[in-house]
Design a protein around this ligand. Sequence first.
Ligand code: DCP
Ligand code: MG
Length: 671
Amino acid sequence: MGETSGGDRPWQSYHTAYTNAKAGMEGVDKEKVQRIIYEMSKGSKYFENEKRKEAFIKQKIESLCAQRAKLTEKDISHFQMIVNKRILELDGSRDLSKIWLHTDMDAFYAAVETLENPLLKGKPLAVGGMSMICTASYEARKYGVRAAMPGFIARKLCPELIFVPTNFGKYTYYSEKTRNVFSKYDPDYIATSLDEAYLEITEICKQRSISSEEVAAELRNTIYQETGLTCSVGVAPNRMLAKVCSDINKPNGQFILPNDRDAVMTFISSLPIRKVGGIGKVTEQILREVLGISTCTEILQKGALLHALFSHCSTGWYFRRTTWTYRAERVGQVQQPIMSIKLCRQLIKSMLFVDFFLCVGLGIGGTDAPHQKMRKSISSERTFVATDDESLLFQKLVDLAETLSNDMQKEGLLGRNLTLKLKTASFEVRTRAISLQKYVNSKEDILIYASKLLKAELPVRLRLLGLRLSHFHDDNHNPLGPTQKTLTSFLHISESIPSIINSVHLNSSDVQIMGGGTSSSTNESHGFQCELNDILESNQLFVSNEGIVTSSEIQAEYSNKECQSKCKGKEDMTNIVNFSDRKRAASSRDSSRPFWIDDYICSVCGIEIPTNFIEERQEHLDYHLAQMLQKEECRSLTFSSPLEKSSTKKQKSSSGKQAKYIPIDAFFKKT
Ligand code: DCP
Ligand code: MG
């Protein structure tokens, strides 16, 4: 536990003896597990997709290494100066006034199943099925069995493994019980999934004159009394560290990191970067192979190189955060003085991406009050065994619409932009969006439009379906909320370092807050997660779940003249909507009529989305497409592509006649 050892330098006991292993998997024969997984998944679609991703990452690493080799000593000392200054600024802004507690149930689904069937106690247990498991008991983890692993591989690793099917009703029931306990300690607690939450306990410690350690022990005990389940707790001066701490003494333990700078710095010094929320497998691999960074302290040591190689990424990260606001301003015709986009880009360039890592290196995380956060979207998704059975797919959609509707009604939300997310059997991820004419939150309304979007995709073999609603009604959501900055406000805020830090960490480790607190997991999750990880791994690095697609391919696809002129029939429109499918045909490009001006700015609405923001671009194009379809449906006007607005006069005249009117339903009929 985190008790201090006393003496002059009490923080010395905060050295983390940490491995990268998931809780309960420390002694696992990693090589054996990897070999079995390799042998059993070889040749599968998943495996092929992983191989493609790997090849791309390798290429990315080589290119970064080449860039690194070109840096002169002068370059490095220049970046060192910038980074040193920034480290001082960030360190100076450190907030040690708050006490955050992170709680995480132990082997949650498996523990619930064991509670209800004591015969399972002490046995290697997996919740899920042969295609995928959601979690494993600590007994099963010793064999290398873990969440998100196909059941047939898990059985190979552990032949005695007992499988129990999922029962989300039960998990929600127990989750509610834990939340009742949380609310007694912090009524504004942030639930990030069914089994995890952040609580700010600064006040309760003061009011009751008790230490954070006592609060943690009492909370764990109360949860056990109320549910019969154990949890692990971490306490630290910010959320990022609290989450790391809750994993240290898992299961059924706690770790307290005091609000003391030296303790934090010692703790962070040996902490592997992968333990930090938002830093995933690919980021870890790239930082290790390009810069030799494995621990948080090494981030500070290699700060100059990090800045030199990655500062451009900050632009992307920032724009991801501001995209929606900026769009709202433009689409909603709110006239606000927008700073020159070029200037913004320059100003932001060397800031946020590197700042995030410097904050990690300094152990600085989010400390602000949770109720200041504004939800941008709400979603629900579900993974299942790949199927092309249409009635099954529609049944999944009904379930999703119901869950989403319930969650929205609970929070009084009404949304207007509906997005359908699909993952095909070959792991390709597609999103399809539609902008509705009214704000909705009922199951029936959601289902009408979601079904249309799904119908347009059929026949298709899917392993995941998700629904998201965004563009909330102003009455229940301020689109320019405190954490969603306009381009102009950002420029002021960028001068205020703590704001950035809070945002950074809210957007990485805490990002699921936005997604809703009912459930959040790979197999049954609310909230399309958008960790910094996604940004780095899917976008910055051009590696997305969609496989390796470069945005230039997509945009070349979209700007393809032929493709535009084909927008006259149902099938062709579907082709455009499905432009991620069309990447293969990227050879026929027409750069003379780009959808993205300067490779950055949407020629229809002026929004900026960096080239490597594949998903955003896709969603953005879908958005315009949806607008287009809507217009057509309500006004029965002749078809006019937004792309045509940006096309040259010559092109307009050469097209001769206007395309025929096509009713919206035609686009959604099964081919
Ligand atoms: N879950 C899932 N799919 C995943 C990961 C998790 O369905 N890929 C579900 C099952 C877990 C629950 O979410 O029980 C909570 O996830 P955790 O990561 O907290 O894992 P556990 O609670 O099972 O174990 P731990 O003791 O490591 O927290
Ligand atoms: Mg857990």
